[in-house]
Each structure stands twice: as C-alpha cells, then as structure tokens.
Write a protein that binds this ligand. Sequence first.
Ligand code: SF4
Length: 255
Amino acid sequence: MELKFEQIAGFPKSLSETPQHFCPGCTHGVNTRLLAEAIDTFPAGEKIVGVCGMGCSGLLPDYLDVKMVAAPPGQAIPVAVGLSHEIGGKGLVFAYVGEGDLYGRGLSALLHAAKRGESLTVICANNLNMGMSGGHLSPTTLLGQETATTPDGTPATKYGVPIDFTRFITGIPAVSLVARFKGFTAGEIKKGRGYIARALKVQKYLGGFSFIEILGICPTNLELPPAEAVMRTKTAVAGIYPSGIFKTPEAGILT
Ligand code: SF4
C-alpha cells in the first residue's frame, strides 16, 4: 500500500528565520508564531503594520516579516492609532505590548482608543511581571507573587488588588471583540491562533477595535525551569484571569 503524506503544518510565511533571543520557555516565542500564522490567513498583498512596546515585546520586529514600529514606553497605542488613521481602512494595524507597558504608562491611551472604537487590533502579552527590566511588579502581578521589587509577596494592604483589565475593556461599548487565552497550554494555543486571526478580520471587515490578552510565563524571573513555571502560573491564574472569548461583534458580551 502506498502511503500518502499531507503537510498539515509548516514554517509561517510571516515569521522571520532570524533566531529568536527570548529566554528558553518564554511564551513571547509562541505568541510571535501565532501572530505570524494569523497574518498568513490574509492574502500576500494585504497591508499589515505592527507596533511594539518596550521590554521583551520590543524584540518582535526582529522576528516578524511585516513592517513594524517600536514605540516609546506607554506610547504604543497612540502610535498605532496614528498609523491606523494614516492607512485609513486600506490596511490593518496591530499593537503587541507587554502588560507592564500597556496597563501601566499606556493605560489612559488604551482606554480612550477603546472608548472611541479605533480600528485596531491590540494584543497584550501578560506575563504578570516586568520581564526585561528585571522581573519587578507589574499591574497584573498576583497577590502573594514574589517579584524583584516585592520580595514580601505583594500583600494587598501595600500594593492593592490586581485588576482584570481584559474584563474591564469588555464592558466598553465601542469595543468589538475581546478574548484571552493561555499561551502555555496546547488546547488554548490552538484556540488563541483563531482569536488573533478573528481579531484582525473584525478590524478588516468591520473597522472595529479588538483586544486579545495572552497570558504568558516568564521562567527567568520566576527562577523556575519552564515546565515548573507553566504549572505554577496555570494554578496561580485559575479563577483570577479566566480564558475565553468574552465579546464578539455578533453577540456582544458573552460571559
Ligand atoms: S525575561 Fe521573561 S519575558 Fe523576557 S524573554 Fe526572558 S522569560 Fe521572556
């Protein structure tokens, strides 16, 4: 019997062959590939421009074969909005930003862009700490989580309770699509690829504002091997940062 083989996966066209310099086990590498695969669902001639923030997410332009702009801290959304207005519906603009940058200095710009329903796809890489600058407290750091600047474990009395920004953004009327997934479990990675592609399609066909949060791991600053970092983060975020699709243009708020 002759065996027939069919290729079901390959190297994404939009992923650069440049070796990546993320730490071993870091989810930024997974996110980069998912973004490339989502971009590949569009025809080759589609104009797609990206903006990255500061920190480890700022390495993205080296690894994606699309035109990208690096924005100063807190400014990824204003830069992306400017590009979106300039392109004026003739292309797509996405922003890929770490949670420290997006929910910290960038929060006001993010909320106002969402309020206006700008034509934009925003992807937040949320790994619960400020990775590149040494693993200190970020706006989503969990209660009890030890970081470089909170070695006492982030008590609420001192640092407050972390906010679920994704759920907050879901409630903004002009926002079209909101979803969150873990970039470190196989089932959710598969779903996440679809969420990113769908977010870009909402922007293309409806001109809407889409928001995707990817929960990630930062093994280096957790000082754990990647497999242990996955287990620790999976348990820690359970019930606090749930996964799923929270809003679509067709159905509105889902949960
Ligand atoms: S410091 Fe953390 S977020 Fe940055 S590349 Fe290393 S593992 Fe990833």
